[in-house]
Each structure stands twice: as C-alpha cells, then as structure tokens.
Design a protein around this ligand. Structure first.
Ligand code: GRF
Length: 200
C-alpha cells in the first residue's frame, strides 16, 4: 500500500512507520511526506530516507479552502492508498476529505472521545485522569471525532509533567500506529456505522 504521511513536528511517528516499511512483509511504503511548515525534523527524516517531501503553508494561500485544495492536489499526485496524519497540526477540510474520505487516519494522544484537540496530554493531566492513551481514528469532518481504528491505554504517574506524559504516550502511540496501519495496508478495512473492521 502507498502511504502519504503528513507531519508538523519531530516526526517520531513518521520515523516508526519508515522503520516498519523497511520490512518487505509490512505491506506498505511511504511514497511522500508533507508538512504545513518548513524546517521541521519530520521533513529531515523523510529526506534522510530519500522520500519526496512537500510543504503547504496556510499563510501562502489567500483562503483556507485554497490551502486545502492545494494540499489535496499535491497528495493526490502521489496516488496514496492511505493518508496518515501523524502529528499534523492542521485540520484538513471538506475538499481534502471528499478526495480521500475514509482513507485518512489520524493519531491523537488521548483516549477518544476524551480530550480532543491540540492539548490532549495537557488536558488529561489537568483533569487528573489516572489512565490516558492514544487513539488512531478515520478522519471525519469533526475534530478528533472519527471512527476509532485502534487505541492504547497509558498510565499517568503522580509526578508527570505534560512532557513526561506525552513522551510515555508517544511510545505506545508509535506501536499502535505501526501495528494498525500495517493491518489496514495488508488486510484493508471497512467502516460499518462507525465500527472499523479489518479485512476487505
Ligand atoms: C503525537 O503525539 C501526535 O499524536 C500529536 O503530536 C505528536 C507528534 O509527535 N498530535 P511526532 O511529530 O510524531 O514526534
């Protein structure tokens, strides 16, 4: 399966996918990496792996819709089977979802439906939960609200900071992402009234 991965930061989830794809039995390869900003480690990781990259900055476009369309056009050019949002910090829009709807997955560092949005680990810590985690879901028009593909639970320690908690989440998240994307790539998946099932 052909994967296009979108990132906005350090790209450790991307790196986990790149490493997994080195195994021919994994059944997927990253054909391009895109970002919404320059000079991030995620793009450097793609460069080191010899994978084409592209950047689409919202500020370069007159409207958000134009950005969304340009992003969709560029992604479409790589003919992805699956688009993986791995720490991508922008919401893709209606046109993007029309083009790739049902084939866009996003990883979120909280146990959906709890703590959606940009501050999942911080919100979990502030709330005082004892268990949080990460979620892989199929992107829909909402914010972190799509059908859930996989989840992993992660304990919150009493002395956690946002950083220590998020790092612990990311260890589980990388494994969750690699396992689930591999299954989707090899076995396909279907969505029946929000329930995601592997297998064609
Ligand atoms: C991940 O935890 C992702 O869920 C969140 O930001 C983090 C990105 O980490 N949105 P990285 O860029 O993959 O290292």
């Amino acid at each position: 399966a052909r994967l296009v991965v979108l990132v906005s930061g350090s790209g450790t989830n991307l790196q986990a996918l790149l490493d997994a794809c080195d195994d021919p039995s994994y059944g997927a390869r990253v054909v391009a990496v895109g970002a919404d900003r320059d000079d991030i480690e995620g793009l450097a990781r793609a460069d080191r792996a010899g994978i084409p990259t592209f950047v689409k900055q919202v500020g370069q476009f007159t409207t958000r819709e134009h950005w969304d369309r340009a992003l969709a056009d560029t992604v479409a050019g790589f003919e992805p089977d699956l688009v993986v949002l791995a720490g991508f910090m922008k919401l893709v829009g209606a046109e993007f979802l029309d083009r790739f709807g049902g084939r866009v997955v996003n990883t979120h560092p909280a146990l959906s439906p709890a703590f959606p949005g940009m501050r999942g680990p911080a919100d979990a810590l502030a709330y005082g939960v004892k268990v949080t985690g990460c979620t892989l879901f199929v992107v829909d028009a909402g914010v972190d609200t799509g059908p859930i593909v996989a989840q992993q639970a992660v304990p919150v320690e009493d002395d956690d900071t946002v950083e220590t908690l998020h790092e612990r989440i990311k260890v589980a998240e990388r494994r969750m992402l690699v396992d689930a994307v591999g299954r989707m790539a090899r076995d396909g998946f279907t969505i029946n009234d929000r329930k995601v099932r592997f297998g064609r």
